[in-house]
Design a protein around this ligand. Structure first.
Ligand code: ZN
Length: 244
């Protein structure tokens, strides 16, 4: 139905007037900005970042120099716009290829479930479709809470089903072995394009309760903004705020 659809507007990632090309049935991952190459999902993250750090809707994605940002990925158009920022940190998960906190090919190795950053390091943490890919996502949320400054926030997307009361835990780690509770589900991974990456959890309302237990005040934004190339469904972005 949407195959080949094109919108035009201002891209929240690159800030340019542009066209969003070739939407397809995978709405979140399509609608490529012809200026910066970003997807609908990446625009959702950038739209929310702009709102949270009070940047205008157009122009460069250039945070004020005092804002410390940690992006839990080190690739893609949002990263490309932020990487020159003086207080920008980014990482990928390289596992045992290096100590956590050290670099592999120039990119810091971090396990979100046990971050190597000091307490209260960041104003903003960003993660987009990351937390479903680890066995203990709430350890990661607790760690993100720890490294955020008071008043800081975690902007994130995850697979989320509001009709589900409980998280759908599809796999768990028992004694170092993966135990599957449902058919193994894999998502594409830009860092490991050959094999994809396991989905451990699809989140339900339980997530909002557990985030509150950790200490976060969480908002769910259901974004629709055709003038920014953001169309739904699949426009859910969470902002989890550490109280000031
Ligand atoms: Zn763009």
């Amino acid at each position: 139905m949407l195959a080949g659809a094109v919108l035009s507007g201002i891209c929240p990632v690159c800030g340019n007037r542009t066209r969003f090309l070739a939407f397809n049935d995978n709405l979140r991952e399509s609608g490529t900005c012809e200026r910066c190459g970003c997807s609908n999902r990446q625009r959702q993250m950038a739209w929310m970042l702009r709102r949270e750090i009070a940047l205008p809707a157009s122009g460069k994605l250039a945070p004020a120099e005092s804002i410390a940002i940690y992006n839990t990925e080190a690739n893609g158009p949002v990263h490309d716009r932020l990487k020159e920022h003086p207080l920008y940190a980014c990482s990928e998960y390289w596992g045992s290829k290096a100590e956590f906190g050290d670099a592999v090919n120039g990119i810091r190795n971090e396990d979100l479930q046990a971050l190597s950053f000091a307490d209260a390091s960041f104003d903003v943490v960003m993660s987009s479709d990351v937390l479903e890919h680890m066995p203990e996502p709430y350890h990661a949320h607790s760690e993100i809470f720890r490294v955020l400054k008071p008043g800081g926030r975690h902007i994130f997307t995850v697979p989320y089903g509001e009709a589900m009361l409980r998280d759908d835990v599809r796999a768990s780690l028992v004694g170092g072995e993966i135990v599957y509770h449902a058919e193994a589900l894999y998502h594409g991974d830009p860092v490991r394009p050959d094999k994809g990456i396991l989905v451990w959890t699809i989140f339900g309302l339980e997530m909002l309760v557990r985030l509150k237990e950790i200490g976060f005040d969480t908002e769910l934004w259901r974004l629709r903004a055709t003038a920014c190339g953001i169309i739904g469904p699949g426009g859910d972005v969470f902002v989890a705020r550490k109280p000031a």
